[in-house]
Design a protein around this ligand. Sequence first.
Ligand SMILES: Nc1nc2c(ncn2[C@@H]2O[C@H](COP(=O)(O)OP(=O)(O)OP(=O)(O)O)[C@@H](O)[C@H]2O)c(=O)[nH]1
Ligand SMILES: [Mg+2]
Length: 213
Amino acid sequence: MDLEIWRSRKQPERQDKEMFKGSKLPDARILLLGLDGSGKSTLLFKLKYNESFRTVPTIGFNVEMMEAKQKRRKITLTVWDVGGQEKMRPHWKSYYQDTAGLLFVVDCWDRTRLNEARRELERVLKNEHLRGLPVVILANKQDKDGALTATDLTEEFNLRKTCSNRDWFVQPCSGKTGAGLPEGFRRMALLVETTSNNNIKDTVKNLRKSMKT
Ligand SMILES: Nc1nc2c(ncn2[C@@H]2O[C@H](COP(=O)(O)OP(=O)(O)OP(=O)(O)O)[C@@H](O)[C@H]2O)c(=O)[nH]1
Ligand SMILES: [Mg+2]
């Protein structure tokens, strides 16, 4: 399937040229996954721009670079936010190579989709390209009354067992208020290994190629 990669005009203008130049800091490529509507784009934009954008469902991906601290040094996290609709999920695997860590977002308010979210997370974690990589599960929409807590999510998803062969952490958060987001990304920064190669342009080129095959 040929996939058009595009960015909605409703979403923030990024300084693509600046971003494509990359950064000289050590870099870690982070994959942001989760079901459609779980809040991936909302929380990414909230953290990066401290603004609440009106998102539309992501077709393709958004990518944002963020500075973070790993112990005493500065690193960049290049965060790939990939659309979570069912028709997008077969493409998730195109992003696995060279990924250093996984952020998986769960809508903790919509209990009707928890099983689906759990199934998808388990499927992703089974992929050999992601073997042993750290995962931070973002228990999102905590601002909503009745949202499942991080502790309950850990139980419901049986995370102690599912994530037993990797570093993992569950972070309660809200893409609406921003609560918990810095903590979740800080945790990711502490767990990932970095490289000196963060050429987004090449990655986009390779992604286009792999999606066409
Ligand atoms: N109340 C509340 N609403 C949220 C939160 N995070 C996201 N939303 C809302 O959830 C809806 C979906 O958010 P998106 O960020 O577009 O979801 P997504 O995971 O990027 O979805 P796809 O791009 O389709 O994969 C939007 O209406 C957001 O405003 C949150 O923490 N609290
Ligand atoms: Mg999105």
